[in-house]
Design a protein around this ligand. Sequence first.
Ligand code: E4P
Length: 294
Amino acid sequence: MEIFIDTADVAQIRDAADMGVIDGVTTNPSLIAKTGRTLKEVITEICQIVDGPISAEVVATDYEGIVKEGRELAAIHKNIVVKVPLIADGLKAVQTFTSEGIKTNVTLCFSVTQGMLAAKAGATYISPFIGRVDDIGGDGMDLVAQLVECYSNYGYETKVLAASIRHPRHVVESLAIGAHVATIPHKVILQLLKHPLTDSGLARFLADAKKTASDAKKAAKRAETAAKRAAKKEATAKKNAAKKKLKKTAKVTKKATKKKATKKKATKTKATKKKATKKKTKVSKKAAKKKRKR
Ligand code: E4P
């Protein structure tokens, strides 16, 4: 099923187009009036946003007027679909537009017989107004179903464009029935997108992701502290080893000095003793000599 957006608000159109979910746009005189701008201005801007069928509605109700307005609208852009009311002059104009290769959207359809006539006239799209049928106690979806069946039974090329959609249920049923297109207000497109389980699931994923990030941060902090502690320990160990080495060197030096001193003292003592012995010998020799002389 193709999705058109049912609005003349360019911000809403841009938003939906940016999501890539719309194939075209439908407008009507009431939607254009809400913008406070002219139909031509708004339609021209919409054509720059969406590359797909853009419905622009005529306000004339006589054949000549509808044809004149429709041709002017069609001249704005190749994607313009002229929206025509489902009245006798409207169907005559549809036939003219079809022969000129101008696409049409026949609007304000409330019965399958109206839809059949629009298809016979060569309408590109027929717009059954679901919500407005529901508003008066009818069954808008039943009208869509009848049109889909009628066109399928007889091979009409006109596409059923489910319009006046008020809520997601209308979209769900349009899909089930096999409507070719649904034109949906921006608000309802957003409702189609929304699901409480998506929201709660996303909230949980984000909370878990936040927890993972904080756990990772804590782990990184722990690793940093451990690395700092290890570096400090290593530095202390190096310092102590250096101190120990220094102490050992000092001890060895002291020992060597002491040994040297002891050796020097011993040498000195030996020399002194030798000298004393020598002196004693000399004295003894002298005494012996003296004795001999006597
Ligand atoms: C779109 O082509 C119709 O003009 C539109 O869906 C009408 O919707 P409404 O009944 O909510 O005004």
